[in-house]
Design a protein. Sequence first.
Length: 284
Amino acid sequence: MAKRERIYFDYNASAPLLPEARQAMVEAMDMDANPSSVHADGRTARNIVKKARRQVAALVNAKPDHVVFTSGATEAAALALTPDYSMGRAPLNMGHLYVCAADHPCTLEGGRFALEDVTRFPVNRDGLVDLNSLSDVLGGHDHATGLPLVVCHYANNETGVIQPVDEINRVVKANRGVFVVDAVQAAGRVAIDIEAGFADYLILSSHKVGGPKGAGALVAFSDLMMPMPLIRGGGQERGHRSGTEAPVNLAGFGAAAEHAAKVESAWAETARLRDMLEAGILAA
């Protein structure tokens, strides 16, 4: 009997582990030390984490210090979706959470907000955020309770609809709000540049870009304003998420992010050449 080949189509649920990620993880397995240790082996483990942070930051054009590693996107969402933030050393309150009705359950659940402090805003028949409805909802926000915190997916995990995040952000900012973008399904598929200012925070997942499960990140546009920690303890991740980092998982996440960035770059170049051909700038 001929050997049957397996064809995998469920990338939106989880992408297969990339060879580059597997190799990076195998190499990291040789380092047993705690990344917080100050001896030579500890510093080597720390360098694995630092490299992964640079690789993940590069995927979305962020500063490495603005990447907070978590155990996955669900934890990153729980970290970001909280009423309790800080601006420098001063406390900053988010008065209400506004969630896109078509979001993933990890944001629809409202994070650390009480149920009565969560409002869902609708999408239209095409699955796109209804900007007028969002504007009306945010226009009724009581700023005496704190700032409005808005969360929406970039690309939908079931329909593939890509949201107009720039336009959503303009509505949010017009109402003095803070915008969290769930970029789990978009990263590695569309070019993302957080420095362009379309979001205050991005949620990322390792296994959606070909890295291992058990790693994710919350990426901030600026680390001046940050959510209060979900997990406290040893002060890892610059105090934003305590717990010993997992160099093996993060090495795989970083390698997958680097691969995704290269793929994005190749797609962008292909699109650029196609546009030039269509404009008659290049000959076929």
